[in-house]
Design a binder for this molecule. Structure first.
Ligand SMILES: [Zn+2]
Length: 270
């Protein structure tokens, strides 16, 4: 599933390509992709200009100049594709004049588009999502407070709790634990202050680096231009079970945490 860095990458690309442009047509090929009635969706979007594109957690937000915002969750396989050809996975097509089309494709159909009043956006999102890890206001104190809310939870699971910290998923939770030298199975209450600081720094560092490399195409993530993200070459643990640790060369182990495969190094992580 695309996480914060992947969604951030698409956000930046969408801003470059469609901010300031008028939506001249919307074709809905799969009504189930919409979380609002089709007629209402069309009424609120066709003819409006896209003011800008924002990201909150793993959501893309297209703010329109008529007081509405289009929320998009890519979920497992959702993709925005710039100027592509429609294919059997295309669910919605946005036209910007006679030439430019942006497709919303979604192989597994878990992704969705929703409409919300721009004025209600902040309240709506803050109710569901915790702080953004890359915001200045997200201090190490804030991170420690989030940990203290779930003292018995395993640290990897806590990192996935969107209500406590937004935007981290299965890839970057594992990478952050490795970078911090902390076992993903540790209970949050067992972390010493120095480890909390290390983990906090690691979360921010891994996200920042991943954005720099355009995200991770471990599964089927593609950016707006249909290109893979380069961070996959830089992954230290995710998807590398039974391979050698890049730091100490011992064999990486895989366990399940909350039903999801988790890779770690028994030597580098304590
Ligand atoms: Zn190691």
């Amino acid at each position: 599933m695309p996480e914060l860095p992947e969604v951030e990458t698409i956000k930046r690309q969408l801003n470059k390509e469609v901010a300031g442009k008028k939506i001249t047509g919307v074709e809905v090929l799969a009504e189930k992709t919409l979380r609002t009635p089709k007629a209402r969706f069309l009424k609120c979007t066709v003819g409006a200009k896209i003011k800008n594109v924002e990201r909150r957690a793993k959501l893309l937000i297209l703010n329109l100049n008529n007081g509405w915002s289009i929320l998009t969750h890519l979920k497992m396989t959702g993709q925005y594709v710039y100027d592509g050809e429609a294919n059997k996975h295309t669910r919605v097509i946005f036209s910007f004049g006679p030439k430019l089309k942006i497709m919303f494709n979604d192989l597994r159909r878990f992704g969705y588009l929703d409409l919300i009043k721009t004025d209600d956006l902040k309240k709506f999102l803050n109710k569901q999502y915790g702080p953004e890890p890359l915001e200045k206001s997200f201090t190490v104190m804030k991170f420690a407070e989030a940990l203290a809310k779930r003292p018995n939870m395993k640290i990897k699971q806590l990192l996935l709790e969107q209500k406590l910290i937004a935007g981290i998923g299965n890839i970057y939770a594992q990478e952050a634990c490795f970078m911090a030298g902390v076992l993903p199975t540790r209970q949050t209450k067992s972390l010493k202050p120095t480890e909390i600081k290390k983990l906090y720094d690691s979360v921010r560092k891994v996200m920042t680096e991943a954005i720099k490399y355009g995200g991770t195409s471990a599964e089927n993530y593609l950016n707006l231009y249909g290109k893979q993200g380069d961070f996959v070459k830089r992954l230290k643990v995710y998807g590398r079970g039974k391979e050698k640790c890049r730091r100490c060369a011992s064999i990486l182990k895989t366990i399940k945490i909350g039903g999801r495969g988790t890779v770690y190094c028994g030597e580098c992580q304590k």
